[in-house]
Design a protein around this ligand. Structure first.
Ligand SMILES: NC(=O)c1ccc[n+]([C@@H]2O[C@H](COP(=O)([O-])OP(=O)(O)OC[C@H]3O[C@@H](n4cnc5c(N)ncnc54)[C@H](OP(=O)(O)O)[C@@H]3O)[C@@H](O)[C@H]2O)c1
Length: 335
């Protein structure tokens, strides 16, 4: 795994300076050579406040002005899910490389539009599923490639936080609900370990607003792992352990809470011998630096897709979430 700070610097523009954009800015300033050249908000005042906070040279009161800035090479889209497609398409039309927050889009149809546009324009596009780029996940990637677990039988993961106070998550207009904010982590983790499922079973409950409050999901029918199941859960109403395991015939991997942040990796052999990787050096959301560095390296090498999170996989993850929502009876406005 490359050391943070090694990747060549890109000049970034940030669309939508909200909660995660602040964490992204802090992480890349602390650990990388990436430069934030400009920020764009729907309000000039909010853009200026963000620019002042992180000593960013240029602040724009519209996303269009940001995308028209010739100095900006890459855009980080950090708006609600409902806006990702429109803003990614705007950025791609402006000739920018684009890193889009998870969940990549509100549904697979929007995601496909984004992927098609990026491929046509020849620009880089990637889902900012930061977990995928953590050093611990790279250890697991190598263990899986080596077949260290034998035949995989079970992936289990949960992600529950009490987020009932967050307006964006309660609102169907912003594609709220537990699935796209939290469920996407467990679905992506299962996809990382097993590939794409042939069958999906989901049960759950909805909030009065019509978005999903929580869901239990069983995924199986994996072509590369016959006999394996993923047992996943997400809720926006309670704090759950947020752990993850991958169990095979020759051993298992465990990730402690919160599994989607930097964690040591435990490998447990069938005789209960336990090996644990060294503790991470970068903590919590400071680890957003890894996705930014992966993206910057990709662009510097002239590649437009990540080998660790290909666009086809991002689209499959969106299709899985579409199916879960269909089984729960959740539709977003305009779908
Ligand atoms: N990687 C992670 O750990 C992580 C953590 C939290 C969230 N996220 C993801 O990041 C994205 C944003 O989440 P957040 O928590 O940062 O959201 P947030 O704090 O609400 O910020 C979103 C920003 O989007 C802009 N925006 C554009 N259109 C909007 C609309 N119709 N309604 C509301 N805001 C709108 C607003 O900025 P302006 O109006 O100033 O332009 C707002 O500040 C989501 O995709 C979420 O899943 C990722």
């Amino acid at each position: 795994m490359p050391t943070p700070g090694d990747a060549p610097g890109l000049k970034w523009g940030i669309i939508a300076p909200g909660g995660i954009a602040n964490r992204f800015a802090r992480a890349i300033r602390a650990h990388t050579r990436q430069e934030i050249a400009a920020v764009g908000s729907r309000s000039l005042e909010r853009a200026q406040q963000f620019a002042e906070r992180y000593q960013i040279e240029k602040a724009y009161g519209s996303y269009e002005e940001l995308v028209a800035d010739p100095e900006v090479q890459a855009i980080y889209v950090s708006s609600p899910h409902s806006q990702h497609c429109e803003q990614a398409l705007l950025s791609i039309a402006g000739g920018k490389h684009v890193l889009v927050e998870k969940a990549f889009a509100r549904n697979a149809a929007d995601g496909q539009l984004m992927v098609d546009a990026a491929r046509q324009a020849g620009v880089a596009l990637m889902e900012a599923m930061w977990t995928r780029f953590l050093p611990g996940i790279d250890i697991i990637r190598q263990l899986l490639a080596d077949g260290a677990l034998g035949d995989i039988r079970l992936v289990a993961a949960d992600h529950g936080q009490d987020l009932r106070h967050v307006p964006r998550l309660l609102d169907p207009d912003t594609a709220g609900g537990a699935l796209l904010d939290l469920g996407v982590y467990v679905i992506s983790f299962a996809a990382f370990a097993l590939g794409q499922p042939g069958a999906i079973t989901a049960r759950g409950s909805l909030l009065d607003s019509g978005v999903d409050a929580q869901e239990a999901m069983i995924l199986n029918g994996y072509a590369a792992h016959p006999g394996a199941e993923a047992v996943l859960h997400a809720t926006m109403s309670a704090r759950t352990p947020t752990t993850a395991i991958i169990c095979g015939t020759d051993g298992r991997i465990e990730l402690d809470s919160d599994f989607y942040t930097p964690q040591p990796v435990h490998f447990i052999a069938p005789d209960n011998t336990r090996l644990t990787s060294p503790s991470p050096r970068v903590h919590l959301h400071q680890a957003l630096c890894y996705e930014a560095e992966h993206f910057a390296t990709m662009v510097a090498e002239g590649r437009t897709e990540s080998e660790w999170l290909p666009l086809e996989e991002t689209l499959e993850i969106l299709r899985t979430m579409d199916e879960v929502r269909a089984q729960l009876g959740v539709r977003f406005p305009g779908e």
